[in-house]
Design a protein around this ligand. Structure first.
Ligand SMILES: O=C(O)CCC(=O)C(=O)O
Ligand SMILES: [Mn+2]
Length: 193
């Protein structure tokens, strides 16, 4: 599963289209149904805001994650997410103990520039990002040089990033108002034990 590194320096990002191949899109439907989706509550300038994006956090019992200053405990693995996790672990020869899930109802919903560099994550860990549904544009930007890389994340694709790339690059999911279809993204992560 060797594809070229998308990043010219200071990290590693690998895009594998059709990592999950299925003709009838059952994963999208199963994820919609089986995952305990919630609109996220974040605190911005001291105000509670309910996001348009829906999220979920699943993982091993012991895993907790501080995200937008809120501590989240993992929900137990749902059947469908566990199935995807096992496939990833087998193909990548590694293990994941948590997964953050995002549901974007339309292209009007995106995610602003950030890095996935929370202190709870393994320093040398990897992040495996699976996408289902609408194709959306994902960008990476170097923190110092500002160089930008763009990749379209298609249904069934896998994007792998390592932690060095989180230290040196930020990423965002662009808003694309013309897109009316939903997209689901799963980022499998390695939390320190
Ligand atoms: O939806 C995506 O592809 C990006 C999600 C993301 O960056 C995150 O959950 O941290
Ligand atoms: Mn992220």
């Amino acid at each position: 599963m060797k594809t070229p590194n998308l990043l010219p320096y200071d990290g590693y990002a690998n895009y594998i289209p059709n990592f999950i191949y299925e003709s009838n899109n059952t994963f999208f439907e199963k994820l919609l149904k089986e995952v305990n989706w919630k609109h996220d509550e974040i605190t911005l300038y001291g105000k509670k805001i309910i996001t348009k994006r829906q999220v979920a956090f699943e993982g091993d019992i012991a895993v907790a994650y501080t995200y937008s200053k809120q501590k989240k405990l993992a929900n137990p693995w749902s059947h469908v997410v566990l199935e995807l996790k096992q496939k990833l672990e087998k193909e990548l020869n590694t293990q994941f103990n948590g997964c953050l899930l995002n549901l974007y109802a339309t292209g009007e919903i995106g995610m602003a520039w950030h890095s996935d560099n929370e202190p709870e994550l393994e320093k040398l860990g990897i992040i495996a990002s699976l996408s289902f549904g609408a194709t959306r544009s994902f960008q990476l930007k170097h923190k110092h040089t500002q160089e930008k890389i763009e990749v379209a994340l298609e249904n069934g694709s896998l994007l792998i990033m390592n932690m060095e790339s989180q230290q040196n690059w930020v990423h965002q999911l662009k808003k694309e108002t013309k897109i009316k279809e939903a997209r689901i993204n799963l980022t499998f992560r390695q939390f320190q034990k």
